[in-house]
Design a binder for this molecule. Structure first.
Ligand code: SF4
Length: 272
């Protein structure tokens, strides 16, 4: 049977949700971030759509969650160790506040996490030692690909597209916690780079457009618009269906990928 999954921005939210489910004597499973991912994740709940409907009726709708996606078994074996801590912790903790099917590949998930730290100062150092990152000093933001996953870092927020499932999402966030803190700890040995580099592929931009070829932007096709967006000849707002029309749900994803281009978006290039 198809099951769905959600998680919570706080442990308190999970505890309250579990209390409701226990009172209902409902069937559910818990996916735990374990010790290794505890700085970036709160347990997730798996249930059938029918149990969710009853859960929402029984008070679950008052408990804030980041969204629901299809449940997929993980192939990741999370390490059993406690997470490493850092003397100067610039990342802090991560709270997942958006969980949704990925726009570019609905079989995968997209998430947005708020972090309690501030990453702005580490971007030039990450940019100095990472291959293929794209730095936008005006955001500021740093975007890069981790295999097929697209990751965008902002000072207090992280967006990950194409994570496989929730455990992979926690793994990616923990990797970012380690990478940003290690980079900051070793910044004395890294030459910072303020250069903007590597644009996202045009196809990744195209996946975040409506693909209706409606021509309202003045281009014959969405792909032509994606190519011109990539080369900086047009700005995202020229796609009216995304900014003012029926495809407004694509706006955040389009703006996120455009951070890697350093072009002005909805609000001058930053939506931090
Ligand atoms: S306005 Fe947007 S949806 Fe219409 S063709 Fe241009 S890019 Fe595609």
């Amino acid at each position: 049977m198809n099951k769905i999954i959600t998680t919570f921005p706080s442990q308190e939210g999970f505890n309250r949700a579990e209390e409701v489910l226990k009172k209902m004597s409902a069937q559910y499973e818990i996916i735990s971030p374990g010790p290794a991912f505890r700085m970036v994740g709160v347990p997730a709940l798996v249930m059938t759509p029918e149990v969710r409907a009853a859960f929402l009726q029984q008070g679950g709708e008052t408990i804030v969650n980041p969204g629901w996606v299809s449940h997929k078994e993980t192939t990741i074996q999370a390490p059993a160790n406690e997470p490493e801590t850092f003397k100067e912790d610039i990342f802090g903790r991560a709270m997942i506040v958006v969980l949704a099917p990925c726009i570019a590949d609905p079989a995968k998930i997209r998430l947005v996490a708020h972090i309690s730290g501030d990453l702005a100062q580490v971007f030039p150092y990450l940019n100095g030692h990472m291959q293929g990152a794209s730095y936008n000093p005006n955001g500021p933001s740093l975007t890069f690909m981790e295999a097929y996953r697209m990751i965008a870092l902002y000072p207090h927020r992280i967006a990950v597209a194409k994570a496989d499932e929730i455990v992979d999402a926690w793994r990616a966030l923990e990797m970012l916690r380690m990478e940003t803190n290690s980079c900051w700890q070793n910044r004395g040995q890294i030459t910072p780079s303020y250069e903007m580099r590597r644009k996202p592929p045009a196809l990744e931009i195209y996946f975040r457009l409506p693909k209706t070829n409606c021509k309202q932007c003045g281009e014959k096709t969405c792909l032509a618009f994606a190519l011109r967006l990539r080369s900086g000849e047009v700005i995202p707002r020229q796609c009216k269906p995304v900014f003012d029309g029926e495809f407004v749900h694509l706006k955040d994803a389009l703006l996120e990928i455009c951070q890697g281009l350093g072009v002005a978006g909805d609000n001058g290039g930053s939506h931090e």
